[in-house]
Structures are given as structure tokens and as C-alpha cells.
Design a protein around this ligand. Structure first.
Ligand SMILES: CC(C)(COP(=O)(O)OP(=O)(O)OC[C@H]1O[C@@H](n2cnc3c(N)ncnc32)[C@H](O)[C@@H]1OP(=O)(O)O)[C@@H](O)C(=O)NCCC(=O)NCCS
Length: 435
């Protein structure tokens, strides 16, 4: 249970409760919480249909909702005391931490504090209580995606994966090397309600940085829910079949309309269970008649498409940005969970201003697995903040770069490079799950 900090205790109460669907007691409280989140992110006011569908999917995810409520009366005509002034949601999903290993993680979402109650420590109270609770429950990792880059470092979160927006010119220049390896066929988007989660599961198993998806994604990919809670009839979809006829990838996409030039197809969701499916789906997207450009806002930074295109300049890339932020709650557990591609030994001194996960540990890796020992008092090879350990944990951020930035202190020559090799993963980390 999250508590606001001491100075707020007389003013606010905090409730943490499971997301309740329409037929459940507690629906009104959950609905008020959803309205508060929409307000916090400057979204449209939500109609009942949207709220009901949202909460039905939250219930499937088993989300826990935290609301902070004003104690006593609120000013006449203002939003009622039943609507929380702050919201904070969590759910638990697996994180692929490389070489197929999965680590159950505490996902933090829907963090808002109403503008009229900001900067009084409400977020700090909610997040510290939640991280402590997740650790007490035995979880070694928390994760979130951030609206701003300046908020979460202070709470021990570090950027661990990146993404970018791309515009791909699918005119005559667009040619993907080599032939199709499977086939692509358009499908009724509704079939994705069933098969999207199965296909995503392949991605989850194969991709470092991938996080198990919430219920919302199959609704999004199938066009079952749009921004207003109504089905999004603009969504189209295509499936990829391997040589044996098994579906192993899909793309959902939406035409931006004849008024928007150049004529553009926008990828809603692109999930390929293997490399061949990924390139074939791009071959398909590049072949759609009357379309000049295909856009995708969740593209990997290290993208095989760029190397498969005969003219890589077909890709106009913008807005490379942080995506997944990780927070290690239990350093020895998180380190022991990883597979390491090299045999190595390193002593890491980890600092943590929240006092959750600091200490000095030796990782001794041999043939993949590692022994992690508490070696308090031993001279470290590297000193780093827990947020920087989170950044290097999936191999996407180089400890050498963080040392150059003055974030990691190197005590033993070559230790940053040794850490880079130690934390490397088998393919570039990428996360297709926003939450
Ligand atoms: C971001 C937000 C949740 C912060 O809530 P808050 O209750 O005002 O935060 P707190 O008072 O607990 O502040 C905690 C610390 O974070 C800092 N902080 C809070 N918001 C910040 C921001 N947007 N940028 C930089 N620092 C921020 C505070 O200065 C404070 O620092 P300190 O404790 O080290 O002195 C709130 O401003 C908000 O709802 N913003 C709009 C929605 C949003 O962006 N949510 C985040 C989604 S990922």
C-alpha cells in the first residue's frame, strides 16, 4: 500500500485496489480512476463505453490501481473527492533479459498527479512504496516508459532500450534484397484477437528487452478498440505464413486518407516471429498500391530493414528516443538471473539513493551462468548507480560510454569494456510493448 509522505498524511488518503470490470463491486472507483488518468495525460473526456472496455482489459491484466484522494470536503463545484488527485498503476509481466531468459517484473504505468496537487511529494510517496512492495514480493525488476526524461532517474530507473519513428519511401526505390521466403495474405483484423498473442509470444521468447503484452494490444491490433472506445474500422491487417503455412507474423495498418499527401500507410502494430517474417512483411508493406510512404513509430534503432533494403536511404528516421526504463530492485537476484556470453569476473559497487538495492557484488560467470557473491568491503572494479546498472543490463547501453560520461567510475583498467562484453545479449534489445 502506497503512503504519501509525512507532510501530506493529514491531507490525502491512499487506496490500492484491483482494477474492477463493469460487473464487479468497485467498478465506480476504478472508473473514476480511469477518468483521472485521462485528465492527467490531457486526453479527451472518456465515455462510458471506453471506460468499460478499458477496465475489462485492465482486469485481464490483473492491474493494481493506486489512487490518492483528498481527505474531507473538496471545494464546491470542483471535481469530487471520489476522483483521485493522483494515479499509479502496476501489473506484472515477464521481461526477456537475453538468451531467452525471462524475469517477472513490476510494470509501472498511468502515473499522474493533478496539476493542482503537484510537487508535494505525491509521486515520490507512491513510487517508493510500490518499489519496496514489489521487492518484498520477491521481484528483482521494475520497468516503465517515461513521458519525460528527467523524472525517473532519481528513483533508480535507467534507460535500457530505445526506439525510433521511421518513414519508409515505398516508391520505385523500395526493394528488399532477396526473394520472399514465405507468403503474406490480408486477413480480417478480427482474427488477431486470437492469434496476435500467440505470435507475440514468439517475439517475447526471442527478443531481449521484450515485455509480455497487456490485453490492450490484441484489441488494438484487431481494430477492436479505437481512441473513442468504438471499433477502429480503419485498421487493416495482413498475416505472414512460413513455408509450411504456419502464421508467424502480422502487421496491422491504417491508411491516413486521401487528403494526406504523400499517401501514407501507418503501421499500427508489426509483430514478426522471426527475421524472415519481418522482411516479408516489409516486402508486403512496400508493395501496397497507391501508397508512397509507410510510417512506423515503434521501429528498432538497430533495424535489419536498413541492411536489407537495396537503398537504405528509403528510411527517413527521426526521433530516436528512450523506450524501456528499468529499475533493479534486487541486484544479486537480477545479476544471477542473466546468462553471460563470456567467462569473466567483475566486482560492482552499486549505489542506490532509495536504499533498496545498494551494495558490492562479485559476478563470476562461467559457461553462461554466474555466481553472484556479496563482497562488501572489497575494492570494486566499477562503481555505478543502480540506474546505470539497469541501463547496461540488457546490453543496449555500453558501460564504456557511461564511463566516458562520468556516470560509471572505472577502478580497474579495462573493466568497463569487460562489463560491456559480460552484459552483451544475443541480438539487439527492442521492446514492442508500451505501457
Ligand atoms: C510527473 C508527475 C507524476 C510528478 O508528480 P509530483 O507529485 O509532482 O512529483 P513529486 O512532488 O513527488 O516529485 C518527486 C521528485 O521528482 C521531481 N519531478 C517531478 N516531476 C518532474 C518533472 N516533470 N520533471 C523533472 N522533475 C520532476 C520533483 O522535483 C521531485 O524531486 P526531488 O524529490 O528530487 O526534489 C506529475 O507532474 C504529472 O502528473 N505530470 C503529468 C503526467 C506525466 O507526465 N506522468 C508521468 C508519466 S510516465
Amino acid at each position: 500500500m502506497a503512503d504519501p509522505n509525512e507532510t501530506n498524511q493529514a491531507k490525502y488518503t491512499v487506496h490500492r485496489f484491483p482494477a474492477a470490470g463493469q460487473d464487479n463491486p468497485g467498478y465506480a472507483r476504478s472508473a473514476a480512476w480511469v477518468h483521472a488518468v485521462s485528465h492527467g495525460f490531457h486526453q479527451h473526456r472518456r465515455n462510458e463505453e471506453f471506460v468499460a472496455k478499458t477496465l475489462a482489459s485492465y482486469a485481464v491484466d490483473q492491474r493494481e490501481l493506486t489512487g490518492v484522494y483528498v481527505e474531507g470536503d473538496v471545494p464546491q463545484h470542483s471535481v469530487g473527492a471520489d476522483v483521485p488527485v493522483a494515479t499509479y498503476g502496476t501489473m506484472r509481466k515477464p521481461l526477456n533479459i537475453g538468451f531467452g531468459r525471462q524475469l517477472e517484473s513490476n510494470l509501472v504505468t498511468a502515473v499522474t498527479v493533478r496539476g493542482t496537487h503537484r510537487r508535494q511529494g505525491i509521486l515520490r510517496g507512491m513510487i517508493t512504496a510500490d518499489l519496496e512492495g514489489a521487492k518484498d514480493d520477491g521481484l528483482a525488476m521494475a520497468a516503465l516508459t517515461a513521458s519525460e526524461g528527467t523524472i525517473y532517474g532519481r528513483f533508480g530507473f535507467g534507460v535500457a532500450t530505445f526506439e525510433r519513428s521511421i518513414k519508409v519511401d515505398t516508391g520505385p526505390r523500395f526493394r528488399v534484397r532477396g526473394p520472399m521466403t514465405g507468403t503474406v495474405e490480408v486477413a480480417d483484423p478480427a482474427v488477431l484477437l486470437d492469434i496476435a498473442p500467440q505470435i507475440f509470444e514468439r517475439v517475447q521468447r526471442a527478443t531481449p528487452g521484450s515485455i509480455g503484452r497487456q490485453e490492450y494490444y490484441r484489441l488494438l491490433a484487431s481494430g477492436s478498440i479505437g481512441h473513442d472506445g468504438q471499433p477502429d474500422l480503419a485498421v487493416r491487417s495482413a498475416l505472414h505464413y512460413d513455408a509450411k503455412g504456419t502464421v508467424d507474423g502480422y502487421v496491422s495498418y491504417r491508411f491516413k486518407g486521401w487528403d494526406a499527401k504523400p499517401f501514407t500507410m501507418e503501421v499500427v502494430d508489426l509483430v514478426a516471429g522471426n527475421d524472415a517474417a519481418y522482411l516479408d512483411l516489409w516486402r508486403f508493406l512496400g508493395s501496397i498500391d497507391l501508397i508512397d510512404v509507410v510510417t512506423w513509430n515503434e521501429a528498432p534503432v538497430d533495424d535489419p530493414l536498413a541492411w536489407a533494403l537495396e537503398d537504405p536511404r528509403c528510411i527517413d528516421s527521426s526521433d530516436v528516443r528512450d523506450m524501456l526504463w528499468l529499475r533493479i530492485l534486487d541486484v544479486p537476484a537480477a545479476l544471477a538471473a542473466r546468462h553471460y556470453p563470456v567467462t569473466s569476473k567483475l566486482v560492482l559497487q552499486v549505489s542506490d539513493t532509495l536504499g533498496l538495492a545498494g551494495g558490492t557484488w562479485e559476478i563470476a560467470s562461467d559457461s553462461g551462468s554466474a555466481t553472484v557473491r556479496d563482497v562488501a568491503g572489497t575494492d570494486p572494479d566499477l562503481s555505478l548507480d543502480v540506474s546505470d546498472l539497469a541501463s547496461i543490463y540488457l546490453g543496449s547501453v555500453s558501460p564504456v560510454t557511461l564511463a566516458a560520461a562520468g556516470r560509471i567510475q572505472v577502478h580497474a583498467p579495462g573493466a568497463a569494456f569487460a562489463a560491456q562484453q559480460l552484459f552483451a545479449v544475443e541480438r539487439p534489445a527492442h521492446c514492442l510493448t508500451h505501457f
